[in-house]
Design a protein. Structure first.
Length: 237
């Protein structure tokens, strides 16, 4: 009898320990998933802000060259099922990898070449492509659809336009709805990022990413929407 009681108590203790271990593991996975989403959100904000801040940069803005820079008309709304494409261009003394241009001016400084960046979705990731060259005709692709942020289910962009050039925002439009990219004064971005693993209760959810509504599958993944707005002070030299 005493042996049976001891075995029962031992089984109960083992069960409690297993449940505690499972709860601890679940809590760890939850915190790990949240940390991953937060890190992706911060990186997304830094990445896109840097691209827009550099957009339309010209080392000699008093030279009104015909080469278009800034936000490009190649930016597309709905380039993929749940994502847009953002294309921007500026002059830079550094190539797509951040290395100084090996072509130098008479002072020995890196020459400024055209640098074009493309952000879009591909296979569930936010990817970046980059071209660099002396002019439009000589730009070569140095980075081709390289994964930047994983587990992105939605990537959206809206553009604040000032069509009458009175300094006031008239409307927020999707890419291509403007008369000219030159009218864009700010860009609002939004992404829906998901965790790699199933962590939470498995139920379908509807997320609003800017003006886009998305129904996420009931797979138990953590999901977060990140959005922010970046002003554009100067579009053209």
């Amino acid at each position: 009898m005493e042996l049976l009681v001891a075995m029962a108590l031992s089984s109960m203790l083992t069960l409690v320990l297993i449940q505690m271990a499972m709860a601890a593991r679940g809590s760890f996975r939850l915190q790990e998933g949240l940390a991953e989403l937060q890190e992706n959100g911060r990186y997304f904000a830094d990445l896109v802000s840097a691209e827009i801040a550099a957009s339309a940069y010209h080392p000699q803005p008093w030279l009104h060259e015909a080469t278009p820079i800034g936000l490009m008309a190649d930016s597309v709304d709905g380039s993929s099922s749940h994502g847009d494409r953002l294309v921007s261009r500026h002059w830079s003394g550094q190539n797509c990898f951040g290395a100084p241009n090996t072509d130098r001016d008479i002072a020995g400084q890196p020459r400024f070449y055209l640098k074009e960046s493309i952000l879009e979705m591909s296979n569930g990731n936010l990817v970046n492509s980059c071209r660099y060259g002396r002019n439009v005709a000589e730009m070569i692709t140095q980075i081709n659809r390289q994964g930047t942020i994983p587990q992105v289910e939605v990537f959206q962009a809206l553009y604040a336009t000032d069509s009458d050039e009175d300094g006031q925002i008239d409307s927020w439009l999707r890419a291509g709805q403007w008369t000219s990219p030159e009218q864009v004064r700010a860009v609002r971005f939004g992404i829906l990022n998901s965790s790699r693993e199933s962590i939470s209760t498995q139920q379908a959810q509807v997320f609003q990413v800017l003006d886009y509504s998305y129904t996420a599958p009931a797979d138990g993944r953590l999901r977060r929407v990140y959005s922010f707005t970046v002003p554009i002070n100067r579009m053209w030299p």
